[in-house]
Design a protein around this ligand. Structure first.
Ligand code: ADP
Ligand code: MG
Length: 233
């Protein structure tokens, strides 16, 4: 189980979040721009120090660990692939860093190439791929070292509608097959419904409602939440 309780203040903004996610659960974070979604992911990843609080996974306190020791995978909108490395080398990157033995590394890369339907592109450079294919490489790279937690910050936000739908299906299948616990920031209702087991609604740095998508949409906690959800799409 993932459990977190975090506080962070910037001038004019205060985040205070308490959340839990079961193992293998996909929890979507929804909220208006500036509500603290990205800040929360950065705190969980260790990219930003909290003012107070903790992040625990299976009872282990991750708070004192630097990002590279938290075993957290990221997928952001502006996925930066290494342009000089091949697709296969991009996917293997974290495995080399984590000193996976060569044979296991090759098996894991082959498995992900296959799953993401990237096998024919294995030796190409990212620049030779379409936007959707590049984002699939980024997803494979994030998942390769078997992170215990995957953080997705509007992963499909930069793609056009057709590519978004295509990648949505990949993402859904992959999250299930890998069974990884994930926090997904999204603006897209369809994405939240298709991918998430539960939604958490953020408003000005606070979690105002958490529940299964149909619960949250069916019974929004207050007028603000109803309006926020109603205005989506
Ligand atoms: P969201 O991802 O929900 O759009 P963010 O987490 O990016 O929101 O930002 C939440 C608030 O924190 C905003 O008011 C933003 O301006 C502020 N903020 C984010 N990062 C910093 C920072 N490094 N320094 C100061 N203020 C920041
Ligand atoms: Mg953001």
């Amino acid at each position: 189980m993932l459990a977190l309780s975090l506080k962070k203040a910037f001038p004019g903004f205060r985040l205070e979040a308490h959340l839990e996610a079961a193992e293998g659960e996909v929890l979507a974070l929804l909220g208006p721009s500036g509500s603290g979604k990205s800040t929360l992911l950065k705190l969980i990843a260790g990219l930003l120090p909290p003012d107070e609080g903790f992040v625990r996974f299976r009872g282990e306190d991750l708070t004192p660990l630097p990002p590279e020791r938290r075993k957290v995978g990221f997928l952001f909108q502006d996925y930066a692939l290494f342009p000089h490395l091949s697709v296969a080398e991009n996917i293997a990157f974290g495995l080399v860093e984590a000193r996976w033995p060569k044979g296991e590394r090759a098996r894991r890369v082959a498995e992900l190439l296959e799953r993401m339907e990237l096998t024919p592109h294995a030796q190409k450079k990212p620049g030779a791929l379409s936007g959707g294919e590049q984002q699939r490489v980024a997803l494979a790279r994030a998942l390769a070292p078997r992170p215990r937690l995957l953080l997705l910050d509007e992963p499909l936000g930069a793609l056009d509608r057709r590519l978004r739908e295509e990648l949505l299906l990949f993402l859904r299948r992959t999250l299930r097959e890998e069974g990884v616990t994930a926090l997904l920031v999204t603006h897209d209702q369809e994405e939240a419904f298709l991918l998430a087991h539960r939604l958490a609604i953020l408003k000005a740095g606070r979690v105002v409602q958490v529940g299964r998508p149909e619960e949250v949409y069916g019974r929004p906690k207050d007028a603000w939440t109803a309006r926020f959800l109603g205005h989506k799409n």
